[in-house]
Design a binder for this molecule. Structure first.
Ligand code: FMN
Length: 323
């Protein structure tokens, strides 16, 4: 189980217990002690098995756009159990949600020591790209390989998007960001390019309150902005209407844009479809009869943690060439 640790003393205790067992990587006492000291103030995740820490990871901000994977370690007896990957996934989710654009990590370049070769392979398998090797950081014997990963590539954003149902910070969302999100929505493909999806962006507090009162059970009550998604049942050809597919593509584009800009959201459709709620929202917003309200997407900065839902594995859902 991966736990986000907030208590400074607990962080130091966990980092000490792991790093002192990994002297092949953390041999120099002074730098080990520095990692332990610094971990106390850093975002920190522990991999815990039967209440015993088996690994940890912490992040350090290295600039307004970048965080560094400051240090991570997994006890040797728990290597190859996927703990490093799960620690990294939690940290990456966090860094993306905080709005960072890049994550970097440093290690000793491949070709120097076997243990570090494995570390390089591990970082590459996570998706890190080689940025630069610099010798003057740790000396000629330990050339420093800097890896970097964009947190804002389409594939990166897809992997960190999750439905967020927690509280939002009250800060208004800048109109420019709302425009970017809406533009991502209308850029989506649509059957026969019929462009059946329209969008109403809501950031006026009074209008927001009216819409929120229509959501039952209440969700997104603290959202400082919302995207209301509309559809028109226009046939693409003959009697084929792709309006549902069209608005689904638009919604996914907007969810990704929302996450990439450092906000969170959730596809709220089930919450508004019962008891004429969509019609009531349409009437609040003065929407013409030929459009249907289908979904709302809250937009705001997350205040709570979010939980990635359990999903089936890749091989349970994806096959090559034959089912
Ligand atoms: C068509 C559709 C309708 C949805 N309606 C709701 C909803 O009304 N309320 C809600 O909490 N989540 C809703 N969701 C979000 C799903 O519950 C969520 O996508 C799913 O649990 C997977 O989690 P993930 O988005 O974190 O991957 C909806 C998703 C889709 C695609």
């Amino acid at each position: 189980m991966i736990r986000f640790i907030t208590d400074s003393e607990e962080k130091k205790k966990i980092s000490r217990s792991v790093l002192e067992a990994l002297t092949d990587w953390f041999e120099v006492v002074e730098s080990r002690e520095q990692y332990i000291r610094e971990s106390a103030d850093q975002p920190f995740w522990a991999a815990v098995i039967d209440d015993v820490p088996a690994g940890f990871l912490c992040l350090k901000e290295t600039g307004p756009e970048t965080v560094e994977l400051a240090v991570m370690g997994v006890l040797k007896e728990h290597h190859r159990e996927g703990l490093g990957r799960r620690l990294f996934a939690a940290a990456k989710d966090y860094a993306a949600a905080q709005g960072y654009s890049f994550i970097q990590v440093k290690t000793v370049r491949t070709g120097m020591y076997e243990d570090y070769d494995r570390t390089n392979d591990f970082y590459k398998s996570l998706g890190f790209k080689e940025l630069e090797v610099i010798e003057c950081i740790w000396g000629e014997d330990n050339p420093c390989q800097i890896y970097v990963m964009s947190l804002k590539s389409a594939i990166g954003t897809i992997s960190v998007r999750h439905s967020y149902r927690g509280k939002f910070a009250p800060d208004p969302v800048p109109e420019e960001d709302l425009r970017t999100i809406a533009a991502a929505g209308i850029a989506a493909p649509s059957g026969c390019n019929k462009q059946t999806t329209d969008i109403v962006v809501v950031n006026d507090p009074a209008v927001l309150d009216s819409i929120k009162s229509m959501i039952d059970p209440p969700v997104a009550q603290t959202a400082p902005a919302m995207i209301v998604v509309l559809t028109r049942r226009i046939n693409a050809y003959r009697d084929r209407c792709f309006a549902v597919q069209d608005y689904s593509a638009a919604i996914e584009n907007m969810l990704l844009a929302i996450v990439e800009l450092g906000y969170q959201s959730c596809w709220y459709e089930g919450h508004i479809t019962d008891e004429d709620r969509c019609d009531k929202i349409a009437s609040i917003l003065g929407i013409p009869d030929e459009y249907d309200v289908v979904c709302i997407l809250p937009v705001g900065k997350a205040l709570d943690d979010f939980h990635a839902p359990g999903k089936k594995t890749f091989s349970e859902r994806v096959r090559f060439n034959r089912f």
